[in-house]
Design a protein around this ligand. Structure first.
Ligand code: RM4
Ligand code: MN
Ligand code: MN
Length: 432
Protein backbone atom coordinates (compact mmCIF):
# COMPACT_ATOMS: atom_id res chain seq x y z
CA UNK A 1 0.00 0.00 0.00
CA UNK A 2 1.06 3.62 -0.30
CA UNK A 3 3.13 5.22 2.37
CA UNK A 4 1.81 8.72 1.90
CA UNK A 5 -1.32 10.05 3.48
CA UNK A 6 -3.94 10.62 0.84
CA UNK A 7 -5.91 13.83 1.05
CA UNK A 8 -9.56 12.89 1.09
CA UNK A 9 -12.29 15.45 1.34
CA UNK A 10 -14.81 14.46 3.94
CA UNK A 11 -18.51 14.47 3.07
CA UNK A 12 -19.23 16.62 6.16
CA UNK A 13 -16.88 19.34 4.93
CA UNK A 14 -18.86 19.52 1.71
CA UNK A 15 -22.19 19.53 3.51
CA UNK A 16 -21.10 22.43 5.68
CA UNK A 17 -20.03 24.30 2.65
CA UNK A 18 -23.29 23.63 0.81
CA UNK A 19 -25.46 24.70 3.73
CA UNK A 20 -24.32 28.26 3.34
CA UNK A 21 -25.52 28.58 -0.26
CA UNK A 22 -28.48 26.25 -0.30
CA UNK A 23 -31.22 28.88 -0.01
CA UNK A 24 -30.21 30.98 -2.94
CA UNK A 25 -29.57 27.82 -4.96
CA UNK A 26 -33.10 26.60 -4.25
CA UNK A 27 -34.62 29.92 -5.27
CA UNK A 28 -32.63 30.04 -8.48
CA UNK A 29 -33.28 26.42 -9.32
CA UNK A 30 -37.01 26.62 -8.75
CA UNK A 31 -37.30 29.77 -10.81
CA UNK A 32 -35.38 28.24 -13.73
CA UNK A 33 -37.04 24.83 -13.47
CA UNK A 34 -40.48 26.48 -13.65
CA UNK A 35 -39.54 28.54 -16.65
CA UNK A 36 -38.11 25.54 -18.46
CA UNK A 37 -41.02 23.28 -17.56
CA UNK A 38 -43.42 25.87 -18.94
CA UNK A 39 -41.48 25.78 -22.17
CA UNK A 40 -41.94 22.03 -22.33
CA UNK A 41 -38.57 20.82 -21.03
CA UNK A 42 -38.16 17.83 -18.77
CA UNK A 43 -35.84 19.35 -16.20
CA UNK A 44 -35.22 16.17 -14.24
CA UNK A 45 -34.03 14.37 -17.35
CA UNK A 46 -31.62 17.21 -18.11
CA UNK A 47 -30.26 17.20 -14.57
CA UNK A 48 -29.75 13.46 -14.62
CA UNK A 49 -27.96 13.64 -17.98
CA UNK A 50 -25.63 16.25 -16.50
CA UNK A 51 -24.96 14.09 -13.46
CA UNK A 52 -24.05 11.13 -15.67
CA UNK A 53 -21.69 13.09 -17.89
CA UNK A 54 -18.14 12.27 -16.79
CA UNK A 55 -14.96 13.72 -18.22
CA UNK A 56 -11.54 12.15 -17.84
CA UNK A 57 -8.69 14.19 -16.42
CA UNK A 58 -5.31 13.67 -18.10
CA UNK A 59 -2.62 12.58 -15.68
CA UNK A 60 -0.25 15.11 -17.28
CA UNK A 61 -2.40 18.17 -16.62
CA UNK A 62 -2.19 18.18 -12.84
CA UNK A 63 1.08 20.03 -12.58
CA UNK A 64 2.10 23.36 -14.04
CA UNK A 65 2.56 23.35 -17.80
CA UNK A 66 5.04 25.59 -19.47
CA UNK A 67 6.20 26.97 -22.74
CA UNK A 68 9.59 26.71 -24.39
CA UNK A 69 10.39 29.98 -22.62
CA UNK A 70 9.83 28.84 -19.10
CA UNK A 71 7.77 27.09 -16.52
CA UNK A 72 6.49 28.39 -13.22
CA UNK A 73 5.57 25.93 -10.50
CA UNK A 74 2.14 25.99 -8.91
CA UNK A 75 3.61 24.37 -5.75
CA UNK A 76 2.39 21.18 -4.15
CA UNK A 77 2.44 19.50 -7.56
CA UNK A 78 1.82 15.75 -7.63
CA UNK A 79 5.09 13.95 -8.21
CA UNK A 80 3.81 10.39 -8.25
CA UNK A 81 0.93 8.63 -9.96
CA UNK A 82 -0.80 8.11 -6.64
CA UNK A 83 -0.65 11.84 -5.95
CA UNK A 84 -2.06 12.56 -9.40
CA UNK A 85 -4.96 10.25 -8.70
CA UNK A 86 -5.37 11.94 -5.36
CA UNK A 87 -5.74 15.27 -7.22
CA UNK A 88 -8.33 13.81 -9.57
CA UNK A 89 -10.09 12.54 -6.44
CA UNK A 90 -10.29 16.13 -5.17
CA UNK A 91 -11.74 17.31 -8.48
CA UNK A 92 -14.25 14.50 -8.52
CA UNK A 93 -15.31 14.93 -4.89
CA UNK A 94 -16.09 18.60 -5.55
CA UNK A 95 -17.57 18.44 -9.05
CA UNK A 96 -18.80 14.82 -9.38
CA UNK A 97 -17.90 15.24 -13.06
CA UNK A 98 -14.31 14.01 -13.13
CA UNK A 99 -14.83 10.29 -12.54
CA UNK A 100 -11.95 9.13 -14.72
CA UNK A 101 -8.25 9.58 -15.32
CA UNK A 102 -6.36 9.15 -18.58
CA UNK A 103 -2.74 8.01 -18.27
CA UNK A 104 0.13 8.96 -20.52
CA UNK A 105 2.75 6.22 -20.85
CA UNK A 106 5.60 6.23 -19.90
CA UNK A 107 5.02 9.39 -17.85
CA UNK A 108 2.72 7.45 -15.55
CA UNK A 109 3.50 3.75 -15.47
CA UNK A 110 1.97 2.20 -12.33
CA UNK A 111 4.39 0.36 -10.08
CA UNK A 112 1.84 -1.46 -7.97
CA UNK A 113 -1.25 -2.11 -10.08
CA UNK A 114 -3.35 -3.52 -7.30
CA UNK A 115 -2.68 -0.57 -5.02
CA UNK A 116 -3.27 2.04 -7.71
CA UNK A 117 -6.55 0.40 -8.71
CA UNK A 118 -7.68 0.28 -5.10
CA UNK A 119 -6.81 3.92 -4.62
CA UNK A 120 -8.69 4.96 -7.77
CA UNK A 121 -11.76 2.96 -6.91
CA UNK A 122 -11.80 4.34 -3.35
CA UNK A 123 -12.08 7.76 -4.96
CA UNK A 124 -14.66 6.53 -7.49
CA UNK A 125 -12.29 7.05 -10.41
CA UNK A 126 -12.04 4.85 -13.50
CA UNK A 127 -9.17 4.49 -15.93
CA UNK A 128 -10.10 5.98 -19.27
CA UNK A 129 -8.08 5.83 -22.51
CA UNK A 130 -4.34 5.23 -22.21
CA UNK A 131 -2.06 7.43 -24.31
CA UNK A 132 1.14 6.32 -25.99
CA UNK A 133 4.14 8.59 -26.36
CA UNK A 134 6.34 8.30 -29.40
CA UNK A 135 7.07 12.01 -29.59
CA UNK A 136 9.88 11.95 -27.01
CA UNK A 137 12.88 9.68 -26.69
CA UNK A 138 12.78 7.82 -23.43
CA UNK A 139 15.83 6.91 -21.38
CA UNK A 140 17.97 4.05 -22.72
CA UNK A 141 16.07 3.56 -25.98
CA UNK A 142 17.72 2.01 -28.97
CA UNK A 143 16.12 4.12 -31.70
CA UNK A 144 15.36 7.83 -31.80
CA UNK A 145 12.06 9.46 -32.78
CA UNK A 146 13.80 12.57 -34.00
CA UNK A 147 12.57 11.91 -37.55
CA UNK A 148 9.26 10.33 -36.66
CA UNK A 149 7.92 7.15 -35.12
CA UNK A 150 5.20 5.15 -36.88
CA UNK A 151 6.00 6.95 -40.14
CA UNK A 152 9.78 6.69 -39.89
CA UNK A 153 11.74 5.53 -42.91
CA UNK A 154 13.58 3.09 -40.65
CA UNK A 155 11.83 -0.19 -39.96
CA UNK A 156 13.64 -0.53 -36.64
CA UNK A 157 12.20 2.76 -35.42
CA UNK A 158 8.71 1.83 -36.56
CA UNK A 159 8.98 -1.51 -34.80
CA UNK A 160 10.05 0.15 -31.57
CA UNK A 161 7.09 2.54 -31.76
CA UNK A 162 4.65 -0.28 -32.50
CA UNK A 163 6.01 -2.29 -29.58
CA UNK A 164 5.57 0.71 -27.30
CA UNK A 165 1.90 1.05 -28.29
CA UNK A 166 1.36 -2.64 -27.59
CA UNK A 167 2.97 -2.18 -24.16
CA UNK A 168 0.60 0.70 -23.49
CA UNK A 169 -2.39 -1.50 -24.33
CA UNK A 170 -1.04 -4.09 -21.94
CA UNK A 171 -0.69 -1.54 -19.15
CA UNK A 172 -4.18 -0.20 -19.80
CA UNK A 173 -5.60 -3.70 -19.77
CA UNK A 174 -4.35 -4.29 -16.27
CA UNK A 175 -6.09 -1.10 -15.12
CA UNK A 176 -9.42 -1.62 -16.84
CA UNK A 177 -8.92 0.94 -19.62
CA UNK A 178 -10.81 0.29 -22.82
CA UNK A 179 -9.12 2.58 -25.32
CA UNK A 180 -5.72 3.47 -26.72
CA UNK A 181 -5.18 7.02 -27.94
CA UNK A 182 -2.49 7.47 -30.54
CA UNK A 183 -1.26 10.96 -31.20
CA UNK A 184 1.80 11.29 -33.41
CA UNK A 185 4.17 14.21 -33.71
CA UNK A 186 5.37 12.72 -37.00
CA UNK A 187 5.83 15.09 -39.89
CA UNK A 188 8.47 17.34 -41.34
CA UNK A 189 9.85 20.78 -40.71
CA UNK A 190 11.00 21.56 -44.23
CA UNK A 191 9.70 21.06 -47.78
CA UNK A 192 11.23 18.01 -49.36
CA UNK A 193 12.26 16.49 -46.05
CA UNK A 194 9.60 13.77 -46.27
CA UNK A 195 7.94 11.84 -49.00
CA UNK A 196 4.29 12.43 -48.03
CA UNK A 197 3.09 9.15 -49.51
CA UNK A 198 5.78 7.03 -47.88
CA UNK A 199 5.19 8.67 -44.52
CA UNK A 200 1.44 8.11 -44.73
CA UNK A 201 1.78 4.53 -45.95
CA UNK A 202 4.27 3.68 -43.20
CA UNK A 203 1.93 5.18 -40.61
CA UNK A 204 -1.00 3.21 -41.96
CA UNK A 205 0.94 -0.07 -41.92
CA UNK A 206 2.22 0.59 -38.39
CA UNK A 207 -1.25 1.47 -37.10
CA UNK A 208 -2.59 -1.73 -38.61
CA UNK A 209 0.07 -3.69 -36.73
CA UNK A 210 -0.93 -1.99 -33.49
CA UNK A 211 -4.57 -2.59 -34.29
CA UNK A 212 -3.94 -6.35 -34.33
CA UNK A 213 -3.15 -6.04 -30.63
CA UNK A 214 -6.26 -4.02 -29.73
CA UNK A 215 -8.57 -6.24 -27.65
CA UNK A 216 -12.08 -6.80 -29.00
CA UNK A 217 -13.77 -4.66 -26.39
CA UNK A 218 -11.30 -1.79 -26.91
CA UNK A 219 -11.17 1.20 -29.21
CA UNK A 220 -8.18 2.70 -30.95
CA UNK A 221 -8.49 6.48 -31.14
CA UNK A 222 -6.47 8.30 -33.78
CA UNK A 223 -5.86 11.96 -32.94
CA UNK A 224 -5.00 14.51 -35.61
CA UNK A 225 -3.24 17.87 -35.38
CA UNK A 226 -2.19 20.26 -38.16
CA UNK A 227 1.17 21.44 -36.86
CA UNK A 228 3.54 21.41 -33.88
CA UNK A 229 6.11 20.12 -33.14
CA UNK A 230 6.59 19.82 -36.88
CA UNK A 231 5.96 23.06 -38.71
CA UNK A 232 5.87 22.21 -42.39
CA UNK A 233 3.79 19.04 -42.50
CA UNK A 234 2.19 16.60 -40.09
CA UNK A 235 1.39 13.07 -41.22
CA UNK A 236 -2.01 12.90 -39.48
CA UNK A 237 -2.84 16.52 -40.06
CA UNK A 238 -6.62 16.56 -40.05
CA UNK A 239 -9.86 14.61 -39.59
CA UNK A 240 -9.69 13.34 -43.15
CA UNK A 241 -6.31 11.71 -42.62
CA UNK A 242 -7.45 10.28 -39.31
CA UNK A 243 -10.67 8.94 -40.79
CA UNK A 244 -8.85 7.29 -43.69
CA UNK A 245 -6.52 5.56 -41.25
CA UNK A 246 -9.36 4.51 -38.95
CA UNK A 247 -11.25 3.07 -41.91
CA UNK A 248 -8.16 1.15 -43.03
CA UNK A 249 -7.65 -0.29 -39.55
CA UNK A 250 -11.19 -1.47 -38.90
CA UNK A 251 -14.30 -1.25 -36.75
CA UNK A 252 -12.51 -0.62 -33.47
CA UNK A 253 -10.61 2.39 -34.81
CA UNK A 254 -12.05 5.90 -34.58
CA UNK A 255 -11.14 9.53 -35.00
CA UNK A 256 -10.41 11.63 -31.94
CA UNK A 257 -11.12 15.36 -32.09
CA UNK A 258 -9.02 17.68 -29.96
CA UNK A 259 -10.52 21.18 -30.04
CA UNK A 260 -7.10 22.83 -30.25
CA UNK A 261 -5.97 20.79 -33.22
CA UNK A 262 -7.51 22.85 -36.02
CA UNK A 263 -6.36 25.74 -38.11
CA UNK A 264 -8.01 29.04 -37.16
CA UNK A 265 -11.72 29.34 -37.98
CA UNK A 266 -12.22 25.65 -38.83
CA UNK A 267 -15.83 24.64 -38.45
CA UNK A 268 -15.29 22.03 -35.76
CA UNK A 269 -19.00 21.41 -35.17
CA UNK A 270 -19.36 20.35 -38.78
CA UNK A 271 -16.42 17.97 -38.49
CA UNK A 272 -17.95 16.45 -35.38
CA UNK A 273 -21.30 16.10 -37.07
CA UNK A 274 -20.04 14.29 -40.17
CA UNK A 275 -17.79 11.96 -38.19
CA UNK A 276 -20.81 10.94 -36.15
CA UNK A 277 -22.86 10.39 -39.29
CA UNK A 278 -20.13 8.00 -40.43
CA UNK A 279 -19.98 6.28 -37.03
CA UNK A 280 -16.33 7.19 -36.64
CA UNK A 281 -16.18 9.68 -33.79
CA UNK A 282 -14.57 7.93 -30.83
CA UNK A 283 -13.06 10.52 -28.53
CA UNK A 284 -12.87 14.13 -27.63
CA UNK A 285 -10.25 16.38 -26.06
CA UNK A 286 -11.58 19.63 -24.62
CA UNK A 287 -9.60 22.85 -24.31
CA UNK A 288 -9.79 26.33 -25.78
CA UNK A 289 -7.49 28.42 -27.90
CA UNK A 290 -6.99 31.75 -29.53
CA UNK A 291 -4.38 30.71 -32.09
CA UNK A 292 -3.31 27.08 -32.12
CA UNK A 293 -2.97 24.24 -29.63
CA UNK A 294 -3.01 26.77 -26.78
CA UNK A 295 -4.57 24.26 -24.34
CA UNK A 296 -6.39 26.99 -22.43
CA UNK A 297 -9.30 26.56 -20.06
CA UNK A 298 -12.37 25.15 -21.83
CA UNK A 299 -14.87 27.88 -22.71
CA UNK A 300 -12.52 30.73 -21.84
CA UNK A 301 -12.14 32.07 -25.38
CA UNK A 302 -14.91 30.74 -27.62
CA UNK A 303 -17.83 29.59 -25.47
CA UNK A 304 -20.38 29.93 -28.29
CA UNK A 305 -18.33 27.64 -30.53
CA UNK A 306 -18.22 25.11 -27.69
CA UNK A 307 -22.00 25.29 -27.42
CA UNK A 308 -22.42 24.72 -31.17
CA UNK A 309 -20.14 21.71 -30.94
CA UNK A 310 -22.22 20.35 -28.08
CA UNK A 311 -25.35 20.90 -30.12
CA UNK A 312 -23.93 18.49 -32.71
CA UNK A 313 -22.72 16.08 -30.04
CA UNK A 314 -26.17 15.96 -28.45
CA UNK A 315 -27.75 15.44 -31.86
CA UNK A 316 -25.28 12.66 -32.57
CA UNK A 317 -25.74 10.99 -29.18
CA UNK A 318 -29.46 10.87 -29.90
CA UNK A 319 -29.45 10.05 -33.60
CA UNK A 320 -26.22 8.22 -34.42
CA UNK A 321 -26.09 4.94 -32.47
CA UNK A 322 -23.42 3.82 -34.96
CA UNK A 323 -20.86 5.62 -32.74
CA UNK A 324 -19.42 4.19 -29.56
CA UNK A 325 -19.78 5.94 -26.21
CA UNK A 326 -17.33 8.78 -26.61
CA UNK A 327 -14.17 9.03 -24.53
CA UNK A 328 -14.34 12.58 -23.13
CA UNK A 329 -11.19 14.18 -21.79
CA UNK A 330 -9.85 17.61 -20.93
CA UNK A 331 -6.52 18.14 -22.66
CA UNK A 332 -5.30 21.41 -21.21
CA UNK A 333 -2.14 22.91 -19.84
CA UNK A 334 -1.85 25.49 -17.09
CA UNK A 335 0.84 28.11 -17.19
CA UNK A 336 -0.54 30.74 -14.87
CA UNK A 337 -3.45 29.16 -13.00
CA UNK A 338 -3.53 26.55 -10.26
CA UNK A 339 -4.12 23.41 -12.39
CA UNK A 340 -6.92 22.17 -10.16
CA UNK A 341 -8.75 25.49 -10.30
CA UNK A 342 -8.27 25.58 -14.06
CA UNK A 343 -9.67 22.07 -14.40
CA UNK A 344 -12.65 22.95 -12.20
CA UNK A 345 -13.40 25.88 -14.51
CA UNK A 346 -13.08 23.62 -17.54
CA UNK A 347 -15.40 21.02 -16.08
CA UNK A 348 -17.95 23.72 -15.34
CA UNK A 349 -17.71 25.12 -18.88
CA UNK A 350 -18.20 21.66 -20.39
CA UNK A 351 -21.28 21.00 -18.28
CA UNK A 352 -22.63 24.43 -19.08
CA UNK A 353 -22.29 23.97 -22.83
CA UNK A 354 -23.82 20.50 -22.57
CA UNK A 355 -26.77 21.77 -20.51
CA UNK A 356 -27.45 24.58 -22.97
CA UNK A 357 -27.31 22.17 -25.90
CA UNK A 358 -29.82 19.94 -24.11
CA UNK A 359 -32.23 22.89 -24.13
CA UNK A 360 -32.40 22.90 -27.91
CA UNK A 361 -35.56 21.23 -29.11
CA UNK A 362 -34.08 19.25 -31.98
CA UNK A 363 -37.48 18.50 -33.51
CA UNK A 364 -38.46 22.17 -33.62
CA UNK A 365 -35.03 23.07 -35.01
CA UNK A 366 -35.38 20.44 -37.70
CA UNK A 367 -38.81 21.77 -38.70
CA UNK A 368 -37.43 25.31 -38.92
CA UNK A 369 -34.55 24.03 -41.04
CA UNK A 370 -36.97 22.22 -43.31
CA UNK A 371 -38.98 25.40 -43.78
CA UNK A 372 -35.77 27.33 -44.44
CA UNK A 373 -36.73 29.66 -41.62
CA UNK A 374 -33.22 30.92 -41.09
CA UNK A 375 -34.20 33.49 -38.48
CA UNK A 376 -36.07 30.95 -36.39
CA UNK A 377 -33.14 28.53 -36.52
CA UNK A 378 -30.90 31.18 -35.05
CA UNK A 379 -33.49 32.16 -32.45
CA UNK A 380 -33.72 28.54 -31.28
CA UNK A 381 -29.98 28.23 -30.83
CA UNK A 382 -29.54 31.58 -29.16
CA UNK A 383 -32.52 31.17 -26.85
CA UNK A 384 -30.81 28.06 -25.48
CA UNK A 385 -27.40 29.71 -25.36
CA UNK A 386 -28.64 32.75 -23.48
CA UNK A 387 -30.24 30.71 -20.71
CA UNK A 388 -28.30 30.78 -17.46
CA UNK A 389 -28.18 27.05 -16.75
CA UNK A 390 -25.90 27.18 -13.73
CA UNK A 391 -28.64 26.21 -11.25
CA UNK A 392 -29.07 22.96 -13.22
CA UNK A 393 -25.37 22.22 -12.83
CA UNK A 394 -25.57 22.92 -9.11
CA UNK A 395 -28.55 20.62 -8.79
CA UNK A 396 -26.75 17.82 -10.66
CA UNK A 397 -23.75 18.18 -8.36
CA UNK A 398 -25.88 18.27 -5.22
CA UNK A 399 -27.78 15.16 -6.28
CA UNK A 400 -24.50 13.28 -6.68
CA UNK A 401 -22.90 14.49 -3.45
CA UNK A 402 -20.75 17.28 -4.88
CA UNK A 403 -20.68 20.95 -4.01
CA UNK A 404 -22.70 23.94 -5.12
CA UNK A 405 -19.64 25.90 -6.11
CA UNK A 406 -16.50 23.80 -6.59
CA UNK A 407 -14.16 26.74 -7.07
CA UNK A 408 -15.32 28.46 -3.90
CA UNK A 409 -15.15 25.25 -1.92
CA UNK A 410 -11.66 24.56 -3.25
CA UNK A 411 -10.52 27.93 -1.96
CA UNK A 412 -12.49 27.85 1.27
CA UNK A 413 -11.02 24.45 2.12
CA UNK A 414 -7.56 25.72 1.16
CA UNK A 415 -6.86 22.57 -0.80
CA UNK A 416 -3.69 23.86 -2.45
CA UNK A 417 -2.39 24.88 0.96
CA UNK A 418 -3.02 21.35 2.21
CA UNK A 419 -1.27 19.84 -0.80
CA UNK A 420 1.75 22.09 -0.31
CA UNK A 421 1.93 21.05 3.33
CA UNK A 422 1.77 17.40 2.31
CA UNK A 423 4.15 17.56 -0.69
CA UNK A 424 6.25 20.67 -0.29
CA UNK A 425 6.88 23.45 -2.75
CA UNK A 426 9.47 21.92 -5.01
CA UNK A 427 7.76 18.86 -6.46
CA UNK A 428 7.43 18.58 -10.21
CA UNK A 429 4.81 16.58 -12.07
CA UNK A 430 5.77 14.51 -15.10
CA UNK A 431 4.31 15.70 -18.37
CA UNK A 432 5.09 18.40 -20.86
C1 RM4 B 1 -0.71 16.69 -28.03
C2 RM4 B 1 -2.05 16.00 -28.10
C3 RM4 B 1 -2.14 14.78 -27.27
C4 RM4 B 1 -1.45 14.90 -25.95
C5 RM4 B 1 -0.09 15.54 -26.09
C6 RM4 B 1 0.59 15.71 -24.75
O1 RM4 B 1 -0.77 17.98 -28.58
O2 RM4 B 1 -3.07 16.91 -27.73
O3 RM4 B 1 -3.50 14.43 -27.04
O4 RM4 B 1 -1.29 13.60 -25.48
O5 RM4 B 1 -0.22 16.78 -26.74
MN1 MN C 1 -5.07 16.02 -27.30
MN1 MN D 1 -2.72 19.06 -28.15
Amino acid sequence: MFKNKIMKIKKEQLLDFNNSGIHSHKDNYEFLANQLTNKGHNVETIVSKLAKFQVAIPSWALGAGGTRFGRFSCYGEPSTLEQKIEDVGVLHALTQTAGAVSLHIPWDVPEDYKAIKELASSLDIKFDAVNSNTFQDQKDVRETYKYGSLSNTSQAVREQAIAHNLDVINIGNQLGSKALTVWLADGSCFPGQNNFQTAFQNTQDSLKDIYKGVPDDWKMLIEYKPYEPNFYSTVIQDWGASLMLANECGDKAFTLVDLGHHLPNSNIEQIVSILQLKGKLGGFHFNDSKYGDDDLTVGSIKPYALFLIFNELVYGMENNPQNPDLAWMIDASHNVKDPLEDLIQSLEAIQEAYAKALLIDQAVLKAAQENNDVVKCQEILQEAYRTDVRPLLEKARLNSGGVLSPIHAYRALDIRGGLIKERGKNTVATGL
